[in-house]
Design a protein around this ligand. Structure first.
Ligand code: THU
Length: 160
């Protein structure tokens, strides 16, 4: 038997102004994108913004549907758009925010499992870790790389 311990690393910031400038800019783009959410069913408005290696910022918001299972999360709206529009540009960072009736969520907005899986795939695709910035009223969390969000991810190499 082998007992192993995995460590994840996370930085927490108490306010937007404490973040490095490029993270601030990305998070503000995510907050702006959350205003374009189409979330008449959950009323939970999510915004995501990606920083590409060419400096471009791509934003997305959650898009719901009367057939609930047909909606898509903000993160995957942004990631699929970026990867299909700029297939040769790596994604350097993603900022995620979410608002409910009380405004920005109290605790950092966590990407769902499916979005984590797509983040991992994007990292593998471009051989580049993605910085992940998660917005919350109480604090903002920053992770360097999707492995910190999804250890034991299913990766392309697992198909071999
Ligand atoms: N949602 C996202 O956009 N991203 C996530 O990572 C979690 C959930 C959306 C999906 C749905 O429109 C709403 O939030 C409530 O689950």
């Amino acid at each position: 038997m082998r007992r192993k311990e995995l460590r994840i690393k996370v930085c927490e910031y108490d306010a937007l102004e404490e973040l490095p400038e490029s993270d601030q800019k990305l998070l503000l783009a995510a907050r702006k994108a959350s205003n374009n959410a189409y979330a008449p069913y959950s009323k939970f408005c999510v915004g995501a913004a990606l920083l590409l290696e060419n400096g471009e910022i791509i934003a997305g918001s959650n898009q719901e549907n009367a057939d609930f299972t047909d909606g898509l999360c903000a993160e995957r709206v942004a990631l699929f758009y970026a990867n299909s529009t700029y297939p040769d540009k790596a994604v350097k960072a993603i900022a995620v925010t979410a608002k409910n009736a009380n405004g920005i969520v109290e605790f950092p907005a966590q990407p769902c499992g499916s979005c984590r899986q797509v983040l991992v795939e994007t990292e593998v695709r471009y051989s580049k870790q993605i910085r992940i910035i998660m917005d919350g009223q109480k604090y903002i969390q920053v992770l360097d790389g999707a492995d910190n969000l999804l250890p034991f991810a299913f990766k392309p190499s697992d198909l071999e």
